[in-house]
Design a protein around this ligand. Structure first.
Ligand code: PDD
Length: 291
């Protein structure tokens, strides 16, 4: 079956799916996006993704001329048309197509595109055993990374640096008075565990408020685990008992090396194992999916 994509109301073969060369997403990164996990044909945390998308559109003053109900229907239609029950759906909304001019064009409707890719979530469960390595990179992004825009060049360069170093992810680190603060990964949120306390950077303008981050905090607190939303330094991360990352495409993965140094004993620890259990149980509850 050929892969199908959605462009402004139409479902068509991916190879034929395109936007105008003057789409503002291409020219200015003037676009927001969401990535959602689909397991057992069901979209995980869909409402939370919708809320974040609407909030980001609002922050940038982009008007998407389709309400949540029809948008949900179109997303489901595209998933069904592609016929994958385990996949990710990518949705992108740009400010529209217009003659290149930095200021907002009047009257151009937003462009909405969606693509679907098969995704092997079971691989993430296998990776719980081995864990993954991260490197650190300077956080040289703009001051509103809480808005999920397609302007991802620093993230792209950081991820490439990680790949070249044989690591899974790059943690973006900012220099401050108290040392180097770990903010988040290039496409994931960053966490450490010290003395049983689970620590992650607070939301605000310096990190993306991850949907997986939010779920994990809720699940951990429901299980009476202590979660602290506060900045932590690279030194703290290197001295942590455990570390991990979260995202839609990696709901929870143990970080066992940072810049080549082992975290704790260099193996997946008990707190991450417990959190992984809670995370995958929640996935099963919502979608019925099991590895
Ligand atoms: N990335 N931080 C950044 C910079 C991200 O790009 C992402 C998501 C996250 C985790 O957010 P969530 O839990 O909502 O997926 C944190 C997506 C998956 C991507 O760009 O592919």
């Amino acid at each position: 079956m050929p892969q199908l994509a959605y462009v402004n109301g139409h479902i068509l073969p991916l190879a034929d799916a395109s936007l105008h060369v003057e789409d503002r997403g291409t020219q200015f990164g003037d676009a927001v996006y969401e990535v959602c996990a689909v397991m057992n044909g069901r979209i995980l945390d869909w409402q939370q993704h919708l809320v974040r998308l609407r909030r980001n559109l609002g922050e940038l003053g982009i008007t998407l001329g389709i309400a949540d109900g029809p948008l949900t229907q179109q997303a489901r239609r595209l998933i069904a048309a592609n016929g994958h029950s385990e996949c990710i759906i990518y949705m992108q909304v740009s400010r529209g197509t217009a003659k290149r001019d930095h200021s907002f064009p009047g009257g151009a409707p937003a462009n909405l595109v969606m693509t679907v890719r098969r995704f092997d979530f079971a691989q993430r469960i296998r990776q719980l055993e081995t864990g993954i390595a991260v490197i650190t990179q300077p956080d040289n992004r703009w001051g509103r990374v809480d808005i999920k825009t397609t302007g991802l060049l620093p993230n792209v360069l950081a991820k490439q640096a990680a790949k070249e170093a044989g690591a899974f992810e790059a943690w973006m680190v900012a220099k401050g008075d108290g040392g180097e603060t770990v903010r988040e990964g290039s496409s994931t949120n960053a966490w450490i565990v010290k003395d049983g306390r689970i620590i992650t950077h607070p939301t605000g303008t310096e990190i993306l408020p991850g949907i997986a981050r939010d779920s994990l905090i809720r699940l951990a607190r429901e299980a009476q685990l202590a979660v602290e939303e506060r900045p932590f330094t690279l030194a703290e991360a290197l001295a942590a008992d455990e570390a991990f990352l979260t995202s839609t495409t990696a709901p929870i993965l143990p970080v066992v090396r940072i810049d080549g140094q082992a975290v704790g004993n260099g193996h997946t620890g008990p707190v991450v194992r417990r959190l992984a259990e809670l995370t995958w149980k929640e996935v099963a509850r919502q979608t019925g999916w099991r590895a």
